[in-house]
Design a protein around this ligand. Structure first.
Ligand code: NAP
Ligand code: MG
Length: 402
């Protein structure tokens, strides 16, 4: 078979630990044999980030702005222990945070559904994709403990010195206060990323806040979404047969539980933090969750939602066999290849991505899987494969389908 040709390079961001091991096997077994891979390679492994004073992370994000599509391996976010382990010059920031800030993007997380790994919520038949606004609110709040009786106010001072004041509370005893903010520009970017991604994936978009109680703060989110939708997306949504649906957050939670899935749920920062953990655990496994960063101007970075699986990596280093699930990382590759194919009008590349995803799912549904899935599957007579043999089993299924 002739290898599939590419025209524009894919931005490839390599990573750390066990996922770096999987990355190489995936490329050797599932990509190189079938695709004449054109990629611009950035080594985001911690060692090289440290060598380049983290310049490589910035460069990889700029390359994503230039080419439009990236695929990223999980990376270590350094903490005190990693400082010693990797003899770091500095406690470098989270690469995901750096890339997200440069692309001004929103992260969409969606479960990969296979028969035999059933969600806890029995009526969920299709994926629920969560989009979390990743700026501001309680994550950038100022807080104060009020020691005794007194007046607390919100004060805004304009550049010309004029003030606007709002009473928070007249305290007659000790208490607590919190001041948080958001920026219209950030909410607009969030809205556009969500509207674009929903259109892209032909799914209805849900958004919910507590605007009945928070008449200025949450209501601004609601208004910005609605204005952008009416001005820029309404007609496109009608043409695509999808909807934008706004409701109160409590109503949304109740509807999500009773739904069959198949939509995108846009969440404010805190709601997204909490709800993404609920949705991902209810769907079964973090190892079956994909993640894509979408910028408001349509740049895409695909990755797995899990980390570098450190515990498995230490086993691997000790020469022990591992059974690490590579599905989310494989789907990061297929997501990126499909998007590249779509942008460059390469139908063969898009078909290949579909077939690789189908082969991955079929392999699991035939009972060949990694240990994490074997522990939760309802299938009987399961074969537990090691990290490498699982990927090889997918290759066999894939080859049969080509
Ligand atoms: P993790 O890598 O997500 O793994 C936590 C545990 O979840 C594993 O020990 C394993 O459980 C299970 N697990 C996760 N992915 C799995 C997979 N593909 N196959 C099988 N089991 C899987 O989180 P962590 O160990 O807490 O973090 C390790 C490093 O990842 C940290 O340095 C963190 O900074 C980084 N991180 C990076 C990203 C990213 O780049 N997007 C995201 C999160 C964390 P068992 O041990 O029980 O088998
Ligand atoms: Mg959380």
């Amino acid at each position: 078979m002739e290898k599939i040709k590419m025209t524009t390079p894919l931005v490839e961001m390599d990573g750390d630990e066990m996922t770096r091991i999987l990355w190489k096997i995936i490329k050797d077994e599932l990509i190189y044999p079938f695709i004449d891979l054109k990629s611009e390679y950035y080594d985001l492994g911690l060692q090289y980030r440290n060598e380049t004073d983290d310049k490589v992370t910035f460069d990889s994000a700029y390359a994503t702005q230039k080419y439009g599509v990236a695929v990223k391996c999980a990376t270590i976010t350094p903490n005190a222990a990693r400082m010693t382990e990797y003899d770091l010059k500095e406690m470098w920031k989270s690469p995901n945070g750096t890339i997200r800030a440069i692309l001004d993007g929103t992260v969409f997380r969606a479960p990969i559904i296979v028969k035999g790994i059933e969600p806890c919520v029995k009526n969920w038949k299709k994926p629920i994709t969560i989009a979390r606004h990743a700026y501001g609110d309680v994550y950038k709040a100022s807080e104060m403990k009020i020691p005794a009786a007194g007046k607390a106010e919100l004060v805004y001072t304009a550049e010309d010195g004029t003030e606007i004041r709002e009473l928070i509370h007249n305290f007659s005893e000790p208490g607590i206060i919190q001041g948080m903010h958001n920026i219209n520009g950030s909410i607009e970017s969030f809205a556009r990323s969500c509207f674009n991604y929903a259109l892209d994936t032909k799914q209805t978009l849900w958004f919910a806040t507590k605007d009945t109680i928070s008449k200025k703060y949450d209501h601004t989110f609601k208004d910005i979404f609605q204005e952008i939708f009416d001005a820029e997306y309404k007609e496109k949504y009608d043409a695509a047969g999808i909807e934008y649906f706004y409701t109160l957050i409590d109503d949304a939670v109740a509807r999500v539980m009773k739904s069959e899935g198949g939509y995108i749920w846009a969440c404010k920062n805190y709601d997204g933090d909490v709800m993404s953990d609920m949705v991902s655990s209810a769907f079964g496994s973090l190892a079956m969750m994909t993640s894509v960063l979408v910028s408001p101007d349509g740049k895409y970075e695909y990755e797995a939602a899990h980390g570098t699986v450190q515990r498995h990596y230490y086993k691997h280093l000790a020469g022990e066999e591992t059974s690490t699930n590579s599905v989310a990382t494989i789907f990061a590759w297929t997501g990126a290849l499909r998007k590249r194919g779509e942008l460059d009008n390469l139908p063969e590349l898009m078909t290949f991505a579909d077939k690789l995803e189908a082969a991955t799912i079929k392999t699991i549904e035939e009972g060949k899987m990694t240990k994490d899935l074997a522990l939760i599957t309802s299938l009987e007579n399961v074969t537990v494969l090691n990290s490498e043999d699982f990927i090889k089993a997918i290759r066999t299924t894939l080859e049969a389908s080509l």
